[in-house]
Design a protein around this ligand. Structure first.
Ligand code: COA
Length: 190
């Protein structure tokens, strides 16, 4: 068993915890996606109807844990410390090592949890983990130009705009331009 597998993975904040999902979280995850389907669909962050099942999420939880232990991704949910509901998700995906040492960041918050700084709190924890523990050098995050809330989240965290990609992702039935941003790790260790 790797060193990573022997340690419980939870990043503790003041109002939220950021962690890998456990089998017992399946109902809370489905409740999050059901309640936020209309809110998340325009951003490609919704769960497809046919995937809102216990079977799908039990399988996903196992896959995501395996990916984490293989150093392929760190796909987490954001849990309210009061009550344990899923407030959102925060994912580091497609971890690449070698000369790149990078990953993509994606995130989504429940509609009713917006405007409270919960994503800022969650991503501060996850980015600290990405840089200090995973020793990534670059985290990349991309958003549609119209997504002002996402732009503000990244701006507050210090991400730098690096360009604009035409027809970058197919979201909600159409190819969408994206603004490309990244944050690098000044304390990266060779
Ligand atoms: C993008 C998204 C995560 C942003 O959510 P958000 O609530 O605006 O972001 P935060 O949780 O960091 O909250 C920041 C807001 O809370 C306010 N706030 C209140 N209390 C705060 C606190 N204690 N600390 C920090 N901010 C606080 C901030 O002033 C800010 O409000 P403002 O936007 O009116 O200036 C959310 O809109 C979302 O999930 N959208 C749909 C999915 C999506 O777009 N994903 C990203 C695709 S690229």
């Amino acid at each position: 068993m790797s060193e990573r597998e022997t340690r419980p993975f939870v990043l503790e904040g003041t109002r939220i915890n950021v962690r890998l999902a456990e089998p017992d979280d399946v109902d809370a995850i489905i409740a999050f996606f059901v309640a936020n389907e209309a809110h998340l669909t325009p951003y490609g962050a919704a769960c497809a109807r046919e995937q809102m099942t216990r079977e799908h999420w039990s399988d996903q939880i196992e896959r995501r844990r395996a990916e984490f232990f293989r150093d392929d991704s760190c796909r987490t949910f954001i849990f309210r410390r009061d009550g344990g509901a899923v407030a959102g998700s925060a994912n580091l995906s497609e971890i690449v090592r070698g000369p790149f040492q990078a990953a993509y960041l994606g995130y989504a918050l429940a509609e009713r949890e917006q405007g409270k700084g919960l994503m800022h709190e969650a991503l501060t924890l996850l980015l600290r983990f990405a840089f200090a523990e995973l020793n990534l050098h670059r985290v990349m995050a991309n958003f549609m130009p119209s997504n002002e809330r996402s732009r503000a989240v990244l701006d507050r965290l210090g991400f730098t705009v690096e360009g604009r990609a035409k027809d970058y992702l197919r979201i909600d039935g159409a190819w969408r331009d994206h603004v490309l941003t990244s944050l690098t790790n000044p304390a990266w260790r060779p």
